[in-house]
Design a protein around this ligand. Structure first.
Ligand code: NAI
Ligand code: 5RP
Length: 308
């Protein structure tokens, strides 16, 4: 199959490379000429604009019809809309556009309604570390479009079991959104367990604990393997790794959706709140609680040493 890949960063290069390794022809474009050149070195046909990519993808070689097949792997949000605006004059109903990024599911539904092409919202899990094994792909959108892209999904995912059509438009990114909420909660649970072990009563080697757990324990997992790697590379006390966790958009969407559906997700919410808390030094609420204990109990007020 001939596949256009737009967005050739950490994830897009893997989409292009795995597709080419499976025998597909890739036409590649990124706003960064350097990223496009990297894909070209790996065997892709470089394009210098979205229009150029569409011209090069004439679709005539396709076994599955005349349509263009285009995979977007750009940052979620404005970049997806900007790319679709550039693509729109070149798209018709035979064409299929896959958005493999972390787009918000409602935006994917809107985009599927606005575009002339068939639109597949594809939640992608695995990250750059999965370049060799392939990703897990959760896909929403028209069935015929999903079927048309199966050879590419087989290549980009771990294999035929690594992808499936979740349902109608939006469902792929919806499932990925919830996946990320679960990811936040699992990270928080491992974090709390290792924190207790670190602060607790035995002098433990955290890499040894993680490795032992990863070999047969109920709680073994890829995230726990990444804990093991982190302790191996940073040390049992995590060395100079800062107490600051970035990101948070997909977890926020998960919690917003849970509120809307009135489904309790206290653990996912708590993990998100801990993430926000990591960015705040000197939390106002804690300072007020400190002062209130003086108000009702004449308990000593701990004061900041810098007087701020
Ligand atoms: N990095 C990760 O672990 C994962 C990322 N994702 C999602 O995949 C998408 C891509 O992520 P990454 O590859 O990590 O990002 P990245 O920042 O490494 O790459 C994005 C690429 O898109 C290009 N780009 C931006 N706007 C463009 C435009 N209008 N036209 C053409 N190219 C454009 C950039 O130049 C860059 O090369 C995001 O939606 C991200 O949330 C999904 C799962 C895992
Ligand atoms: O989707 C992912 C993993 O599954 C990406 O790594 C994503 O960037 C993580 O989300 P956040 O930035 O909210 O932690």
């Amino acid at each position: 199959m001939e596949l256009g890949v737009i967005g050739l960063g950490r994830m897009g290069q893997i989409v292009a490379n795995r597709s080419m390794e499976a025998g597909h022809d890739v036409v590649a474009f990124d706003l960064s000429a350097e990223a496009t050149a990297t894909a070209a070195e790996a065997g892709a046909e470089p394009a210098d604009s979205v229009a150029d990519l569409c011209e090069r993808l004439d679709g005539s070689d396709d076994e599955d019809g005349d349509g263009k097949r285009i995979w977007l792997m750009v940052p979620a949000g404005d970049a997806v809309d900007a790319t679709l605006a550039d693509l729109e004059p070149h798209l018709d109903a035979d064409d299929v556009v896959v958005d493999g990024g972390n787009s918000r599911f409602r935006e994917s539904v809107r985009r599927s309604e606005e575009t002339d092409a068939a639109y597949l919202d594809c939640g992608t899990s695995g990250g750059p570390a999965s370049a060799a094994e392939g990703f897990s792909l959760m896909i929403g959108g028209p069935e015929w479009a999903y079927e048309a892209l199966v050879p590419v999904f087989d290549a980009v995912a771990t294999g035929p079991d690594g992808h499936d059509r979740m349902g109608e438009s939006g469902s792929g990114h919806y499932v990925k959104m919830v996946h990320n909420g679960v990811e936040y909660a699992l990270m928080q649970a491992y974090g709390e367990g290792f924190e207790l072990l670190t602060e607790g009563r035995y002098d433990l080697d955290m890499e040894s604990v993680a490795r032992t757990w990863n070999n047969g324990a109920v709680i073994r997992s890829w995230l726990l393997e990444l804990c093991e790697e982190a302790f191996r590379e940073e040390g049992s006390d995590l060395g100079d790794v800062a107490d600051h966790v970035a990101g948070g958009s997909t977890g926020t969407w998960t919690v917003e959706e849970a509120l809307e559906q009135e489904v309790p997700v206290p653990i996912i919410y708590q993990a998100l709140a801990e993430r926000f808390d990591s960015r705040n030094e000197g939390r106002f609420s804690r300072r007020l609680a400190n002062r209130l204990r003086y108000g009702f109990g004449r308990h000593e007020v701990a004061r900041r040493s810098d007087g701020e």
